[in-house]
Design a protein around this ligand. Sequence first.
Ligand code: SF4
Length: 331
Amino acid sequence: MSLEELARRVRRCRKCRLWKTRERAVPGEGDGNARIFLVGEAPGREEDRQGRPFVGAAGKILTESLKMAGLKRESVFITSVLRCRPPGNRNPRKDEIEKCRPHLESYIEAVDPCAVVALGSFAHRVLAGKSTKVSEARLETREYEGRPLISTYHPAAVLYNRRLLKHLTSDLKRAKEFAESEDTRIISRPTRKGKRDISVKTAGGVIHRRGRILLIRKKSEKLWCLPKGHVEKGESPERAAMREMEEETGLRSIRIEQELCDAEYSYYWPQDDVNYRKKVTYFLARAPRGKPEPEFRFDEYRWCTESEATNLLFHQNDVNVARKAFKAIRK
Ligand code: SF4
């Protein structure tokens, strides 16, 4: 559906009580091909008056922060959790959020961005499906419908505390890096018919110690993952997994215990205009001693329980592998 049609639907919408008190509904606004999609909370007084998102004082902060992050306001798409102003700027109610959600989803589908940014705790809760303080949520990258979800402060919070501007700006910069990154699967898309298929073999491992498994975090994307990499020519998957685990975690006491499972996935890679079909062979390994020293592409490591690992891991494939690993460890 075109953005014009979506906007017409929003203007006609009477699905929740807020249509009665609004002056104008506020459809999304911005580049219809934007790589970055921003989601705020709800229109305020000025937005309600003008029928446009982020045009009040908070909007000025957002425009300033986007500029500092190297982004033009016209190059992103901006909308919010609700498209009509709650009276007196009260918090959005649960039923209003649910009734307005299809509008938000339709906009995301129509724009098809590379990265989604949640501005403030309401947007984070709606998109990530959980309540977390923004100060904590902004330190991790979550996933929303296969896209990276970056949570940050609402520009209105910056009005009250100017020191948050630097955080808002650095998070918008991170979204920009995602959108422009060429070495992340995040900008991949579902496989496309008629495109060349390339098969790639990779191998990785789940390293455990005292009932916890080791996750590493990619520096550029702030994504938690398991160590893995390509199987080189003449190399066995087991040897490749061992090499990748050692290189990426810096641990030297790793011993492979058993083959765990194969994970297969496919995606279309716009830069090469091909479909990649990947098969990753995972091994369960133990590292009884030594402090991890992740290689330069990673900025953090964490020994996790099962619930911590399944909560932190970005890709569903990795979550499934982690679950199998814990099952094997318990045995
Ligand atoms: S807030 Fe959303 S669901 Fe409610 S009337 Fe406005 S557009 Fe419709």
